[in-house]
Write a protein that binds this ligand. Structure first.
Ligand SMILES: [Cu+2]
Length: 192
């Protein structure tokens, strides 16, 4: 009877529980593929972001000439050498319809709403115009607000906006009150 412990020893090492969790091979392979894929995505995004974003721009470019990407920016009126008077009319047009500025010139625009409905004056390249149009599409008519490149004018109102131009061509001023831009309410900035 006292030999019982010997029997236990002879039984060999106690069997280990078989339920110890082990990572199956496919999990490791899956994780490795996932990490590789993530790295690839990061590389692709970095590559895409590296293109089309010149200095000072926050809007994606794409079809843009690298040599003429400086659209300039808002400036203090005291820095401008001249004031251009612009009138927005209910015939959905600006007078004048074209304004010449020199590259790097700072110009103040004194914009008057000569009509009976709300108009605005938004300065920028086509990308900025599109961005502003998208913003305006989500707010009720007449509820536009002023931004560094845009002023909204009540009937009879005059507001001023000063812009330091760069060398970018294809800038325009436009009204994005619903339907106005589509009706042709825009003017061209010609860099001379
Ligand atoms: Cu308008």
């Amino acid at each position: 009877m006292t030999d019982a412990p010997t029997d236990v020893v002879d039984a060999g090492p106690p069997s280990r529980p078989q339920s110890r969790p082990r990572m199956p091979r496919w999990v490791k392979v899956f994780a490795a593929v996932g990490i590789l894929f993530a790295a690839l995505v990061v590389l692709m995004l970095t590559g895409v972001l590296g293109k089309g974003h010149g200095p000072g721009r926050h809007l994606g470019g794409g079809m843009r000439n690298e040599a003429t990407t400086d659209i300039g920016g808002p400036a203090e009126e005291s820095a401008s050498a001249r004031t251009v008077e612009v009138t927005a009319t209910d015939s959905l047009a600006f007078q004048p319809a074209m304004i010449e500025v020199r590259a790097t010139e700072t110009v103040t625009f004194a914009v008057t709403n000569g009509g009976n409905s709300v108009h605005e004056f938004t300065l920028g390249d086509p990308a900025m115009q599109q961005e502003h149009a998208g913003m305006m599409a989500h707010i009720p008519a007449g509820m536009g607000h002023d931004t560094p490149n845009s002023i909204t004018l009540s009937p009879g109102e005059t507001k001023r906006i000063t812009w330091r131009f760069g060398d970018a061509t294809a800038l325009e001023y436009a009204c994005h009150v619903r339907g106005h831009y589509q009706a042709g309410m825009r003017g061209r900035i010609a860099i001379i």
